[in-house]
Design a protein around this ligand. Structure first.
Ligand SMILES: Cc1cc2nc3c(=O)[nH]c(=O)nc-3n(C[C@H](O)[C@H](O)[C@H](O)COP(=O)(O)OP(=O)(O)OC[C@H]3O[C@@H](n4cnc5c(N)ncnc54)[C@H](O)[C@@H]3O)c2cc1C
Length: 509
């Protein structure tokens, strides 16, 4: 199935073939087309499941901004918001860089990271010109205190309607500009002549087809959907983790590029993984999207089968810890945990805690709750809660908009912020396991998103974007950076592939 009717797109001739159908691929395709190339998009998934992990996103989109004027330059509708009662603050490039360096324990590739951060505002403006709408993330990244919203995490604008609307807008623009998309057509291999990539072999309607192009952009995800590769690279046990998103990111694009001599880069034993409902299906469900996630643990405690806490739930805002705490659940007996809250914080929990398909226990007393936490030692749990409650400071006010310093003292693992005793029923708890989002290992690329070879040269004609770019994320991740990385490197990859394929000397992205 294609986005266009009429002639068979697989018989056309193209300057740039884009492999994949998610955010990075569509940004690459639109950017290549803007730069004068004839472009073809090949998507492994059928139409109904198109869009990869990007389709599952809630739409967090991280970019640097100096103040509200920059936000208006991305989304003019921000000017109509109740600006007197919203404090957007600012999020400087330096803060974004600091977040990336701190979260990755100073291992992020400095050149790629700098490129990502310093072009992030322009990328936000560019994606908005492609028809994608952005809106303030009120209630997700800012709570209302004394009648005023204050943003706390650097994620002022979200993509309106999340992944489905993001993809809807990008595909609509591609269709309007005459960029053909062929679904159900996985790319199986790269075609090369004397080391230069000149096309792909794909499987279309059960047959292998060889397609020629002046350049190829690989934007076909990591290896998160492939249990064999998860076990091989991430380690034992990861094959049993649930996958939050698409079933199509099998790591094939990475393997094709590596076979051709591409240089592996980044954290191949690392991935983004979160607390995910224990009864979620093995792969993502587009009717639920990202709502199996459970990200509000900073306002409660998290216990394992022994009833013990095992992380500092309040180490930072969830956007700084959620992507690595999934991996901590993986290490617990039975690979599960329970997030426990009291009624004081019920109003702070996001919509994902209220969907029907939530594995939940509720009780008026902690003793009754202890009996309902499947798999948990009740005595261990009650001991943990009593010790935790006794360690919470009474004299520090609770404030969810800032790291409030309301910290326990004297516990084996202290809770650094938001430590309120669990003392107000009804108590509610959520049963979670590890949900893999995407893998961090990828290919090394230049500032033009060209793929670098093992010996420091480039693989002529081959570009990469999105999850396939290695080196940005190590062990942890700043929320909203996946979509920004896909859009940024997609934009660069498309523009430079177009330039390479058409021989244009015009300035690219
Ligand atoms: C539940 C969930 C929520 C998320 N929320 C956010 C968020 O709010 N903000 C954020 O920034 N990030 C978020 N992320 C991460 C984000 O989705 C990814 O970082 C980003 O979308 C990756 O984009 P991509 O285009 O590289 O990959 P994808 O969107 O996964 O696209 C890869 C594409 O390649 C196709 N493909 C695979 N193999 C082949 C092949 N051999 N041939 C042809 N096509 C192939 C796939 O079908 C797919 O269309 C979330 C992820 C998940 C799973």
């Amino acid at each position: 199935m294609t986005a266009q009717t009429g002639s068979n797109p697989l018989q056309g001739s193209y300057d740039v073939i884009v492999v994949g159908g998610g955010n990075a691929a569509l940004c690459a395709a639109l950017s290549a087309q803007e730069n004068g190339a004839r472009v073809l998009v090949l998507e492994a998934a059928p139409y109904e499941e198109r869009g990869g992990n990007s389709h599952f996103t809630g739409g967090a989109f991280r970019f640097a901004y100096r103040g509200v004027d920059d936000l208006i330059s991305v989304s003019p509708s921000v000017a109509e918001a109740d600006l007197a009662n919203i404090d957007f603050g600012s999020y400087s490039e330096e803060q974004f860089l600091d977040d990336m360096f701190e979260l990755t324990e100073y291992r992020t590739d400095p050149e790629l990271c700098e490129l990502l951060v310093r072009s992030s505002l322009e990328t936000a403006r560019w994606i908005s010109r492609q028809g994608v709408k952005l809106e303030p993330g009120l209630g997700r990244q800012a709570y209302k205190i004394d009648g005023k919203f204050k943003f706390f995490g650097g994620l002022a604008l979200h993509i309106w309607g999340g992944g489905p609307e993001l993809l809807g807008a990008l595909y609509a623009t591609a269709e309007k500009r005459g960029v053909p998309v062929v679904y159900d057509t996985p790319v199986l291999d790269l075609v090369h002549e004397d080391g230069r990539v000149v096309g792909v072999v794909a499987r279309a309607a059960g047959k292998h087809v060889r397609l020629h192009a002046g350049a190829v952009v690989m934007a076909c995800g990591g290896f998160e959907s492939n249990p064999e590769m998860r076990a091989r690279y991430l380690g034992p046990g990861w094959d049993a983790a649930k996958v939050r998103g698409t079933r199509f990111n099998m790591g094939d694009g990475l393997m094709m590029a590596l076979r051709l001599g591409a240089q592996p880069h980044g954290n191949w034993s690392g991935c983004h993984s979160v607390a995910w409902d224990v009864n979620a299906p093995a792969y993502g469900d587009l009717t639920i999207g990202d709502q199996f996630q459970k990200h509000n643990y900073p306002y409660g405690i998290v216990v394992n089968a022994r009833g013990d806490r095992f992380v500092d739930e309040g180490a930072n805002f969830h956007s700084h810890t959620y992507a690595k705490y999934g991996g901590e659940i993986m290490k617990q007996p039975g690979m599960f945990a329970w997030q426990v809250f009291d009624d004081k914080v019920t109003h702070l929990l996001r919509s994902e805690y209220r969907i029907r398909r939530t594995t939940k226990a509720v009780a008026d007393t902690l003793e009754d709750l202890a009996q309902k936490l499947t798999g948990v030692d009740p005595e261990g749990f009650l001991r943990t809660v009593r010790a935790f409650n006794a360690a919470c400071p009474a004299d520090v006010p609770f404030n969810p908009n800032v790291r409030d310093g309301k910290r326990t003292t004297g516990l084996d693992i202290d809770k650094s912020n938001w430590a309120q005793p669990l003392d107000t029923g009804p108590f509610h708890a959520y049963h979670v396991t590890t949900g893999v989002t995407f893998t961090f290992g990828g290919l090394k690329v230049t500032e033009h998103a060209e793929v670098v070879d093992r010996y420091g040269g480039t693989v002529p004609g081959l570009y990469a974007a999105g999850e396939m770019v290695g080196g940005l994320f190590y062990q942890n991740y700043a929320s909203g950076t996946g979509l920004m990385s896909g859009a940024t490197f997609g934009r660069f990859a498309g523009a430079h592939a177009a330039r390479f394929a058409t021989g244009s000397t015009e300035r690219a992205a």
